[in-house]
Design a protein around this ligand. Structure first.
Ligand code: GLA
Length: 402
């Protein structure tokens, strides 16, 4: 009797221990990535194919020196055109002229500055710029990336012909995880196959919701006749407005990288662009030259009060809660129960815009403290509503705390 119960006790403990081990093993290395929207810099918007080791190292230095790192920017992402071919064994080869010491050296440098390395590839046979894509080399590429210390992969969708998007990205996530290195997966499928419906299921940490951003305020425009489309800030905003329920810790809608500081918009418009991206809980990936920023650009990109809204731990994407012609009110619930609110004026003249408490989710009888996140000042206590005059293409961005 006694022996039997000792044996059953041993069997019981072995089973419990084995179950615990299996459970642990099944937790993927990428489980805790991007719990808040990723922040960093990417080469494409400003430099396109003109990337090199010197450029990327210089930008890593600038992230640190400019205070961007202290503000939360951590990824330094090399977009298209770092790769030129595959060797006889199928290994991806970095451009030897532009990256003479190879990608691991770039990764080591970035890591030595306390930052993280991102690279770009494509789920199809070729990248959008015609460089070798990842198709058929997913596991091989993932191992190579891990050996370089890659922390973030942007995976594009050019030349994917009849591939299934969900299956293609699931395959790449499995390959990245099999490398044993936690790597953020940025799905760049432009919204065609509605990645918000499956992106999180396949382990994507963010997914582009639209075609590319261009450095302008409004409008969706064809690249060439019949080839749709690139987007101004407002065009992207409108395409993302209804997707708020799909965003959350670890998995974000991506309205594309920032154009702040690239010269096509006014500082007012860049302030709106940055504020709206924070309201959308968007990845904040700067796309300008950080080595020689104007003070106005620097102050937009490093506005910690606005960044805090983007990075709020609750991970809600803001919603458009009221709209009257060109005038809009956006609200985002924050972890402490307060709200971030943006009053947006899309029109051509200054206008007064009002956010009512009812619109932003409070009873109208509540008294709440309002703080202006661009003026960096408490503006007082208000009951039922807050109104402000907002310039053309501008925003007023506040927190409302009952
Ligand atoms: C696509 C992507 C862009 C950029 C380019 C690179 O257009 O959407 O963000 O990565 O490819 O060729």
């Amino acid at each position: 009797m006694k022996t039997r119960s000792v044996v059953s006790a041993i069997v019981f403990f072995v089973v419990v221990a084995a179950t615990a081990l299996t459970a642990q093993e099944s937790v993927s290395v990428s489980a805790d990535l991007a719990l808040t929207p990723p922040m960093g810099w990417n080469s494409w918007n400003k430099f396109a194919c003109n990337v090199s080791e010197d450029l990327i190292k210089g930008m890593a230095d600038a992230v640190v020196k400019s205070g961007m790192k202290d503000a939360g920017y951590v990824y330094v992402n090399v977009d298209d055109c770092w790769q030129v071919s595959r060797d006889a064994n199928g290994n991806i080869v970095a451009d030897p002229q532009r990256f003479p010491h190879g990608m691991k050296a770039v990764g080591d440098y970035i890591h030595s500055r306390g930052l993280k390395l991102g690279v770009y590839s494509d789920a199809g046979s070729k990248t959008c710029a015609g460089r070798p894509g990842g198709l058929g080399h997913e596991y091989q590429d993932a191992l190579m990336y891990a050996s370089w210390g890659v922390d973030y992969l942007k995976y594009d969708w050019c030349n994917a012909t009849t591939q299934d998007a969900k299956a293609s990205y699931a395959n790449m996530r499995a390959a990245l995880d099999a490398s044993g290195r936690p790597i953020v997966l940025s799905i760049c499928e432009w919204g065609t196959a509605k990645p918000w419906l499956w992106g999180a299921d396949v382990g994507g940490n963010l997914w582009r919701t639209t075609g590319d951003i261009q450095d302008r305020w409004a409008d969706k425009r064809e690249w060439r006749p019949g080839i749709c489309c690139n987007n101004g800030v407002l065009a992207i905003l409108d395409q993302e407005a209804d997707l708020y329920s799909y965003a959350g810790p670890g998995h974000w809608n991506d309205p594309d990288m920032l154009e702040v500081g690239n010269g096509g918009m006014s500082d007012t418009e860049y302030r709106s662009h940055f504020s709206l991206w924070a309201m959308l809980a968007a990845p904040l990936i700067a796309g300008n030259d950080l080595r020689n920023m104007r003070p106005e650009t620097h102050d937009i990109l490093t506005n910690k009060e606005v960044i805090n809204i983007d990075q709020d731990a609750l991970g809600r994407q803001g919603e458009r809660v009221a709209r009257n012609g060109d005038l809009e009110v956006w609200a985002k619930q924050l972890k402490d129960g307060s709200r971030a609110v943006v009053l947006l004026n899309r029109g051509s003249g200054e206008q007064e815009i009002t956010a009512t408490w009812e619109d932003i989710g409070y009873p109208n009888t509540v008294s709440a403290s309002v703080r202006d996140l661009w003026q960096h000042k408490d503006v007082g206590k208000f009951t039922g509503k807050y109104s402000a005059r907002v310039g053309s293409h501008g925003v007023v961005m506040v927190t409302v705390k009952p």
